[in-house]
Design a protein around this ligand. Sequence first.
Ligand code: HEM
Length: 133
Amino acid sequence: MDPQRLKDNFAQVGGHGMDVAEYFYADLFERNPHYRSLFPASMRRQQEVLLGALSQIVSLVDDPERLVPYLEDLGRAHAGFGINPEHYPEVGTSLVATLKYFTGDDWTAELEKDWAEAYGVVSDVMIKAAGQK
Ligand code: HEM
């Protein structure tokens, strides 16, 4: 995994602002309509916190001493929201689809592999911290 490649790609995608979070949730709920009820009626705040969390994670991707405790807290919070390990791969699929969409022609097989790997590590830490693995 190449941390700088992830940061550069996220900076490029992040330039599209809230459209990114909107696209992500639309994709997630289209693939998994039954996930909608896990979230509040108004998605506005959720869209903002998602973008904030992703940008925090990407900025700490090469700083595990700070990243791991952050993800552990986030994982425990998610168990409290009723999220279990089966939900994680679906969110990863929509996340990669969103990054791919906003990256357009610059998307590469390496980016796809890096993001899948990074998301795998992130979800592993979250799930383990919640005592779900
Ligand atoms: C990389 C993985 C993920 C990140 C970065 C992330 C980020 C966040 C953040 C920052 C919050 C707000 C936490 C708070 O208010 O304390 C949140 C809440 C939430 N997330 Fe995630 N999340 C991830 C994975 C997932 C997965 C796999 C699901 C399953 C569908 C999920 C569903 C939810 C729900 C239902 C809430 C609570 C909404 C509410 O009632 O306010 N998240 N997420």
